[in-house]
Design a protein around this ligand. Structure first.
Ligand code: DHB
Ligand code: FE
Length: 320
């Protein structure tokens, strides 16, 4: 059975990519940013996922503003880097995992998340910059990556709650895939930033810190936050953070914060980054007073009563 071992969230500022591509990572301004990802790269090298799912947004590179799917899953075998105006970034082609992607598409669509299936797509800084931050600059990306593009560029984007619930549906999909794959989910974008208009340059460290805290311990609270609060508190482009909720929804309710990093600014943005790990299966069973590897005996034979089913429903996060 495939399983999700961890989630990683990271900003995807395009200038970070340009700093890498133009060999400027040692300049003090950029060193401050990159030094925050050294530990993350070590963690990732040890975690060695078999597949990553990268929740990111396309910035009018693959999808013109003429049509922007709300959720689009990359089911192709590969995704070349997009030309964002200066030629494609000199990064490896992203290799997908068409079998797992098709399985996720089927599972979540049957769970009533009507996402768009994409069989040909180029990927922009929204996806390639976080890959660099976590994997460095290898000749080939070390594992297949399934892109999941979320619309946060054309109003109206999906709610945080919808993103969180999609994450849950993705977790169910992954856990019903028969092959033993260890999966890491990326949430990208954010944190506070506004690129244009009178509030351009807005940064809100207090909001960002609370978002990072709650991502670990109270994601239900974040999932209820309306769009307008992202806009008001984190700037127009701060809405990218709803994508982090897809990642968080794909993890278990209780997770361990492995690492976080925050620095201001990179270009116009507050760079935020967090690694959250699911607890190992055995520990989760112990926490629930179950024997490792065995299903809970008390519940094994019982079909849920109406009250138990109602209780289970009540813990599902509702509304915005
Ligand atoms: C910047 C940040 C983004 O997330 C983005 O997509 C484009 C630009 C910036 O900080 O300049
Ligand atoms: Fe962006």
């Amino acid at each position: 059975m495939a399983r999700i071992i961890a989630g990683v969230a990271s900003s995807h500022v395009p200038a970070i990519g340009a700093a890498i591509d133009n060999h400027r990572t040692e300049e003090p301004y950029w060193k401050r940013v990159f030094s925050g990802f050294e530990k993350s790269k070590e963690w990732m090298a040890k975690a060695k996922p078999d597949v990553c799912i990268a929740v990111y947004n396309d910035h009018a590179s693959a999808f013109s503003v003429e049509f922007v799917p709300t959720f689009a899953l990359g089911c192709a075998a590969e995704f070349p880097p997009a030309d964002e105006g200066w030629g494609p970034r000199p990064v490896p082609v992203v290799k997908g995992h068409p079998e797992l992607a098709a399985h996720i598409a089927q599972s979540v669509i049957l769970d009533e998340f009507d996402l768009t299936v994409v069989n040909k797509m180029e990927v922009d800084h929204g996806l390639t910059v976080p890959l660099n931050l976590l994997f460095g600059s290898p000749k080939e990306w070390p594992c297949p990556v399934i892109p999941l593009a979320v619309n946060v560029v054309l109003y109206p984007p999906p709610t945080g709650h919808r993103c969180f619930m999609l994450g849950r549906a993705i977790r169910k999909a992954v856990e019903s895939y028969p092959e033993d794959l260890r999966v890491v989910v990326f949430g990208t974008g954010g944190m506070s930033h506004q690129i244009s208009g009178p509030r351009a340059g807005l940064i809100n460290k207090k909001f960002d810190t609370a978002f990072l805290d709650n991502l670990t311990k109270d994601p239900a609270k974040l999932a209820r936050m309306p769009h307008v609060e992202y806009m008001r508190e984190a700037g127009a482009e701060g809405i990218e953070m709803v994508m982090w909720l897809v990642m968080r929804g794909a993890l278990d309710d209780k997770v361990d914060e492995v690492y976080r990093f925050y620095t201001v600014p990179a270009s116009n943005t507050a760079v935020g980054h967090i690694i959250l790990a699911n607890r190992p299966r055995a520990a989760r069973h112990r926490a629930g007073a179950h024997k490792a590897g065995k299903r809970p005996t008390a519940r094994k034979t019982k079909t849920p009563t109406k009250r138990a089913a109602a209780r289970a429903k009540a813990v599902v996060i509702r509304g915005r």
